[in-house]
Design a protein around this ligand. Structure first.
Ligand code: NAD
Length: 322
């Protein structure tokens, strides 16, 4: 059986879970990352695995690997809103040059490639929930444009390689995912709320807090990605949890879970902040037989246990973004 997989973005949140998943399934795994936003410690559990090899490399440069590779998962990208603002050109280069380098490697190796796209390709959506055939409402020059347009370009390039070279491609549009090893200072609501609640600071909710998000637990997402990789479906497919919650209610859930004395404090809504986010996962259910199984209380409890292992200094990193 063909079992060699190269995972880019390996030292990141999702990449590290994917590396563990495939090592546990008996694959030879190459984990590639340039540690731009990731942390090598995320791969600690794999240090002594003979079937795991770390490659320190930037995907915007040509990727050369001697071994045969059967599958590629391209998950390398600055992924959080704070990164896009700080390193917009690099973010665009990763989506464009970086994606093409991964596609070229897949072509060279005859590998199947799955690329990590995002719900951000829908921008601030005008239809709800978001289905794959919705083209989105993206501001091409807004604060999120480096990420959104980089990912849209990546999707276009991936489809082009599929059409022109018959390359076996898969595109996953990932909606908000959370769990152990998520970045503490990623500027996203969940990690910020946990860090604030655990240090008894007020939880910062932007706008009136009625904007919604839908959070998917990482283990559910990984199973969906594996099913997609093994399928022969080459058009984009949403993976996420449709269980929608307002940010205000979500902040209260975290305060209750952590038994914190924190209160909620409201701030002005940032530019281009999406008002609603909820995946329509009908297609994933139909094509892959997939739907998330972890309820928010269960997923949040596991994530809380992870946050409890962090030191105060680590939690304080969150606030460097404000
Ligand atoms: P992350 O920041 O934890 O991981 C991204 C990893 O990519 C990091 O380890 C970083 O060092 C690496 N990287 C960045 N630029 C690179 C480059 N030029 N060369 C090599 N490595 C590079 O983010 P994540 O949450 O794990 O996201 C992983 C992927 O999933 C990203 O492509 C992201 O856009 C996508 N995604 C994630 C979510 C989510 O909720 N976590 C949602 C939608 C899409």
């Amino acid at each position: 059986m063909n079992k060699t997989i190269l995972i880019t973005g390996a030292a990141g949140f999702l990449g590290s879970h994917l590396c563990e998943y495939y090592v546990n399934k008996g694959f030879k795994v190459f984990g590639l990352d340039n540690l731009l936003t990731g942390d090598i410690n995320n791969l600690n559990s794999l240090k002594s695995e003979t079937n795991f090899e770390f490659i320190n490399h930037d995907i915007t440069n040509n990727i050369r690997v001697k071994d045969d590779i059967n599958y590629i998962l391209n998950f390398a990208s600055p992924a959080s809103p704070i990164d896009h603002l700080k390193i917009p050109i690099k973010t665009l280069e990763v989506g464009s040059k970086g994606s093409q380098n991964c596609l070229e490697l897949a072509l060279d190796k005859g590998a199947t490639i799955l690329v990590a796209s995002t719900s951000e390709v829908y921008g601030d959506p005008l239809i709800h929930p978001q289905k794959e055939d919705y083209w989105g409402n993206v501001n091409p020059i807004g604060k999120r444009s480096a990420y959104d347009e980089g990912k849209r370009y990546m999707e276009a390039m991936t489809i082009a390689y599929n059409q022109k070279f018959k390359l076996k491609t898969r595109i996953v549009r990932i909606f908000n995912t959370y769990g152990p090893r998520m970045r503490i200072n990623d500027g996203r609501a969940l990690s910020t709320f946990f860090s604030q609640a655990l240090t008894n600071r007020d939880l910062t909710v932007f706008g009136d807090g009625n904007q919604t998000r839908s959070f998917c637990y990482v283990d559910d997402l990984i199973l969906g990605i594996d099913k997609l990789l093994k399928s022969d479906y080459n058009l984009p497919i949403n993976l996420g949890n449709p269980d929608e919650i307002s940010l205000k209610d979500f902040a209260n859930e975290i305060i209750n879970l952590t038994n914190s004395s924190s209160k909620i404090k409201f701030f002005n809504l940032p530019e281009d902040d999406p008002k609603r986010r909820k995946p329509d996962i009908t297609l994933a259910n139909k094509i892959l037989g997939w739907r998330p199984k972890t309820s928010r209380p269960v997923g949040l409890k596991k994530t809380y246990e992870y946050f409890l292992t962090l030191s105060i200094e680590q939690l304080m990193q969150t606030f460097k973004t404000f």
